[in-house]
Design a protein around this ligand. Structure first.
Ligand SMILES: Nc1nc2c(ncn2[C@@H]2O[C@H](COP(=O)(O)OP(=O)(O)OP(=O)(O)O)[C@@H](O)[C@H]2O)c(=O)[nH]1
Ligand SMILES: [Mg+2]
Length: 221
C-alpha cells in the first residue's frame, strides 16, 4: 500500500487567503527595497533555525564592520528582547520586533521598523528562528542568507530545500561541534549544492570568531 500523501498545488486549506497575503507582502517588500535603495542602506535578511547562531554571527560581523559602516540591526523574535539586548552594547542602532505567535517577519513590520533608524547604511535583519516560513515572506532586503548549525543533524538541506533555494549565502555554523555529533561538513555542503548548485557556503565557529572574515567577503561587505 502506498503510504505517502502529497499535498498538491491548490489543495492547501485557505489557499486563496494565503495567496493574497503573499501577494500583498511582495508588494510591500518591493516598496521596502525601493526605500532602502533610495536611502543607500544595504539590508541582509538573516534566516535560519532556532539557536543556529544568527545573533552570534551578527555580533561577530558587527564587531568587524563597525569602522566601515553605520550599522543597524532589526531583531525579530516572538516575545523577548533578549537578542536586541545582546546587541545593544555594541553601540549600534537596534530595533526589536516582536511577532507574537508569527513564525516569520513580514514586509509590513519591516516598513515600520525602518522608520526608526536614523543613520545607518548597513542593516542586519535577524528573522525569527524557522527554516520554513520566512522564505515565503521577502522583506525587501537585497541579500538573504541562511544560518544552519551542525547540531541540527545531517539532513537539514535536503529536508528544507526552499530556504536554501531562496538564499544567496549559506552559513554552516558550530563547526567546532561537528566531531561530537559525528557530522561530515563535506556531506552537508554537498547536499546544499544538490539543492542549489553554485551556492556560496561558508563554515563558521561563531563562538570563536572563525570564518567571519570569509562570511563578510561572501556578502561583499
Ligand atoms: N559551540 C558553538 N556554539 C555556538 C556557536 N555559535 C553560536 N553558539 C551558541 O549557540 C547558542 C545559540 O546562539 P544564538 O546566536 O543565540 O542563536 P540564534 O540563531 O540567534 O537563536 P534564536 O534567535 O533563539 O533563534 C548560544 O549559546 C551561542 O553561544 C558556534 O559556532 N559553536
Ligand atoms: Mg537570535
Amino acid at each position: 500500500m502506498d503510504d505517502i500523501i502529497e499535498i498538491g498545488e491548490g489543495e492547501h486549506l485557505d489557499i486563496e487567503l494565503e495567496l493574497d497575503f503573499l501577494k500583498e507582502n511582495e508588494r510591500l517588500a518591493r516598496e521596502n527595497r525601493d526605500y532602502l535603495k533610495e536611502k543607500g542602506i544595504k539590508a541582509i535578511d538573516v534566516m535560519g533555525s532556532v539557536g543556529s547562531g544568527k545573533t552570534t554571527l551578527i555580533e561577530n560581523m558587527v564587531k568587524k564592520l563597525k569602522g566601515k559602516y553605520r550599522i543597524g540591526v532589526i531583531a525579530g523574535d516572538l516575545t523577548t528582547t533578549i537578542d536586541r539586548d545582546r546587541l545593544a552594547p555594541l553601540d549600534i542602532e537596534t530595533v526589536q520586533v516582536n511577532t507574537g505567535k508569527e513564525c516569520h517577519l513580514d514586509a509590513r513590520v519591516i516598513r515600520k521598523a525602518l522608520q526608526k533608524f536614523e543613520d545607518v547604511d548597513l542593516l542586519f535583519i535577524e528573522n525569527v528562528g524557522n527554516l520554513i516560513c520566512p522564505i515565503d515572506f521577502p522583506l525587501g532586503a537585497e541579500t538573504r542568507m541562511v544560518v544552519i548549525s551542525v547540531t541540527e543533524g545531517a539532513y537539514t538541506p535536503l529536508k528544507h530545500p526552499y530556504i536554501f533555494l531562496g538564499s544567496d549565502l549559506a552559513i554552516i555554523n558550530k563547526i567546532d561541534l561537528a566531531q561530537a555529533v559525528e557530522i561530515s561538513m563535506d556531506s552537508i555542503e554537498k547536499d546544499i549544492r544538490k539543492v542549489k548548485p553554485g551556492m556560496k557556503i561558508v563554515r563558521t565557529n561563531c563562538k570563536r570568531g572563525e570564518g567571519i572574515k570569509e562570511a563578510i567577503e561572501a556578502l561583499d561587505l
